[in-house]
Design a protein around this ligand. Structure first.
Ligand code: FAD
Length: 354
């Protein structure tokens, strides 16, 4: 059976919900299709000790402040899931689960959205599928030779799973630092980073990241010098557990090793570290395979965008994947503005279409 609507939003995480909020305000007919069985997007799957890097009030979607979590300045992932669940209900957003979009096709004037449970035809599509579903693993010699356990950030849950083991954590971003701090007490930890870890000043949290991303966008839009944005501040937010582990001297980070061997890793100078497990905190890529039938892939595996709109197809918008789809759009507080712009642009485009 084929169903029709003005706009199909693909993904019901925070970005998809923010899009829904603004589409409703524009008076458009829409549906949100989400592959998960329950609300909360990627936040349902993070490690147990993960806490936001901003206080609740600075982690809110449009229209509704995230309430504080009792006893915690920086809420945990469970609190975010509860907030997203409540947000969806409060605004009565039409989210359908569990519906996975397989492909978006050009169908003349409309876009055809094929899912694992039927077909939709829409005048516009907002893709908001996040990055959690496409973990990135770098090519490192010997990865198949290592006989221990290898996992990516997405599969890490808690330090007890590695108690007493020799664990190598790879990656100098926030995931790497937080997981290394999480493991610092219970394991024999080696944390390796490509370049020396760059901590933000201890009094800086996600609020400053949002401001820096916005300032960079504004500078670029106005033709001024690139401020460097978030990257100019550093990579790692010194959230309390990271700060504690660092200050206790448990987060010394040697440079990246040269290769893996059967029982561990080896550096260029021949130094070896035996290991039971290697945890790759090496980032993510945007989950865009459902858009492949449109043939829009540009440079760097992204789709070229003007704001959130696909440069080559005004019916398609991309939301929440990173700064290339709006400053800080991959954060709770940052996704509201590009969601508003996307909904407004779609309303204008569909209005012009008649
Ligand atoms: P997601 O939450 O991934 O939601 C996308 C949804 O789309 C999912 O439900 C998925 O199942 C669905 N989907 C995917 N493909 C399909 C398909 N083909 N068909 C149908 N549905 C599909 N941000 C902050 O603001 N503060 C923080 O402190 C913070 N900490 C972070 C810590 C970590 C470790 C990570 C990885 C990110 C963090 N972020 C933080 C960034 C960001 O807020 C999250 O990554 C957020 O989950 C992104 O939301 P999203 O809606 O774009 O994607």
């Amino acid at each position: 059976m084929t169903q029709h609507t003005d706009v199909v939003v693909i993904g019901g995480g925070q970005a998809g919900l923010a899009a829904g909020y603004h589409l409703r305000r524009q008076g458009l007919d829409f549906v949100v299709l989400d592959a998960q069985a329950a609300p909360g997007g990627a936040w349902q799957h993070t490690w147990d000790s993960l806490h936001l890097f901003s206080p609740a009030a600075f982690s809110s979607l449009p229209g509704r402040l995230m309430p504080p979590q009792p006893g915690k300045e920086y809420p945990d992932a469970g609190h975010v899931v509860a907030y997203l669940n409540d947000y969806e209900k409060r605004y009565d957003l039409p989210v359908q689960r569990a519906v996975r979009v397989i492909g978006v096709h050009d169908d003349g004037r409309l876009l055809r959205v094929e899912t694992d449970s039927g077909t939709w035809r829409a005048r516009a599509v907002i893709s908001a599928t996040g990055t959690w579903w496409r973990p990135f693993l770098p090519t490192v010699p010997g990865r198949e030779d290592f006989k221990g356990r290898q996992l990516h950030t997405v599969s890490y849950r808690r330090p007890q799973d590695f108690a007493g083991q020799r664990v190598i954590v790879v990656g100098g971003g926030n995931s790497g630092a937080q997981i290394a701090a999480d493991l610092a007490h219970d394991t024999e930890l080696t944390w390796v980073t490509q370049r020396p870890p760059r901590y933000l000043a201890d009094d800086i949290d996600g609020r400053a990241l949002f401001d820096a991303a916005t300032a960079r966008r504004r500078a670029l839009d106005e033709g001024r010098t690139d401020t460097g944005g978030v990257a100019s501040l550093g990579d790692i937010v010194a959230v309390p557990p990271v700060r504690e582990a660092r200050d206790a001297g448990r987060l010394k980070a040697p440079p990246m090793f040269a290769r893996l061997v059967r029982d561990g890793v080896v550096w260029d100078d021949g130094t070896r570290a035996p290991a039971d497990a290697v945890i790759w905190c090496t980032g993510f890529r945007p989950a865009l395979s459902h858009l492949s039938p449109l043939g829009l892939r540009g440079s760097r595996g992204h789709i070229d965008t003007v704001g959130t709109r696909a440069a080559a197809d005004p019916r398609l918008h991309l939301l929440g994947y990173g700064d290339w789809t709006g400053p800080a759009s991959a954060t709770l507080i940052g996704v509201g503005r590009p969601a508003r712009d996307a909904a407004r642009e779609i309303a204008e485009f569909l209005g012009g279409e008649g």
